[in-house]
Design a binder for this molecule. Structure first.
Ligand SMILES: Nc1ncnc2c1ncn2[C@@H]1O[C@H](COP(=O)(O)OP(=O)(O)O)[C@@H](O)[C@H]1O
Ligand SMILES: [Mg+2]
Length: 282
């Protein structure tokens, strides 16, 4: 979190004139209040217990119960398993594939089942239990989402993947991702965002470091006509943690190097994601 803050304040300092699309003040306010929460063990225990209860008996996920919590300590049940970092370092391909699918689905399963987004996607907080579930630890950073992920996310993703530029931009404006003063070419917005959504065009996709590098190169390629879209988009504060977790999560997925079915994950867990409007997978 601290590094986020440092990065953001750096952006804030230089952004005054030339990041026209971004409203930095509400983002800083949201970040500051989320950060102060991370230091509270009672709150962390509450979050963890909410997750543990919501996923009790789940075939895919394991969350340790809180044993007790004070201001200074938080004691959890022991959760055996192979740390995700070890799978990243030396896992075989089937182990990577299974871990990646569970990890990807957990980005959406948490909000859906527990009404909370686990907001620290670092590999140290995950492990594969002996019975093949994804174990999740460390509930210091959590985004409360009582209604699950905003349904508009599923709708916007559907518009983008269906190639409906006009409805996509209309939706982005309504949700505050494009401020009223900003003018954009809908087709450019679509082209820009589809760079990140490319994996969703496939039935199966392997997130890996090479793909991540290629996205970074394309994103920063100033010769692309849609390059300026990046600086025209806003981040409404209620999406700060979702954005952080999804970007971080994609980074971890690329480290895991597993092949996943992203559409299946979205159909299963993302409200209002309408796969019937999408072209068939490649
Ligand atoms: N319930 C648990 N069962 C097994 N190992 C745990 C458990 N809780 C924490 N650990 C181990 O301790 C490490 C640090 O715990 P974590 O809750 O992530 O704290 P931090 O806030 O320092 O990241 C984890 O990466 C994991 O290896
Ligand atoms: Mg941790």
């Amino acid at each position: 979190m601290l590094s986020d803050l440092r990065q953001l304040s750096r952006v804030a300092r230089v952004s005054a004139g030339w990041v026209p699309g971004l409203d930095i003040k509400p983002i800083m306010a949201e970040l500051t209040s989320r950060m102060s929460e991370e230091l509270d063990y009672h709150l962390e225990a509450t979050h963890q217990q909410t997750f543990a209860k919501a996923f009790r008996g789940d075939p895919d996920y394991a969350i340790p119960d809180v044993v007790f919590a004070t201001d200074e300590v938080l004691v959890s049940e022991w959760l055996p398993g192979v740390p995700l970092a070890r799978i990243i370092a030396e896992g075989d391909q089937p182990t990577r594939d299974a871990a990646a699918q569970l990890y990807l689905e957990f980005l959406m399963a948490g909000p859906q089942k527990a009404g909370q987004l686990h907001a620290d996607p670092h590999p140290g907080n995950f492990r594969i239990t002996p019975d093949g579930r994804l174990g999740i630890l460390d509930f210091g950073a959590v985004n409360r989402l009582p209604g699950g992920l905003p349904p508009v996310m599923g709708r916007l993703l559907t518009h983008a993947l269906a190639g409906d530029a006009d409805r996509l931009v209309e939706g982005l404006r309504a949700e505050g991702f494009i401020k009223p003063t900003i003018t954009v070419e809908p087709e450019s917005v679509l082209t820009y965002l589809r760079m990140f959504l490319e994996p969703m065009e496939f039935g199966h996709f392997r997130f890996d470091r090479a793909w991540l590098r290629s996205v970074a190169l394309r994103m920063n390629d100033v010769r692309r006509p849609d390059w300026t879209v990046g600086i025209k988009l806003n981040l409404p504060p209620e999406y700060l943690l979702i954005h952080r977790v999804w970007l971080g999560g994609i980074g971890v997925l690329c480290q895991i190097g597993g092949e996943v079915s992203p559409r299946e994950a979205f159909v299963r867990y993302l409200p209002e994601f309408d796969v019937t409007r999408l072209p068939p997978p490649r």
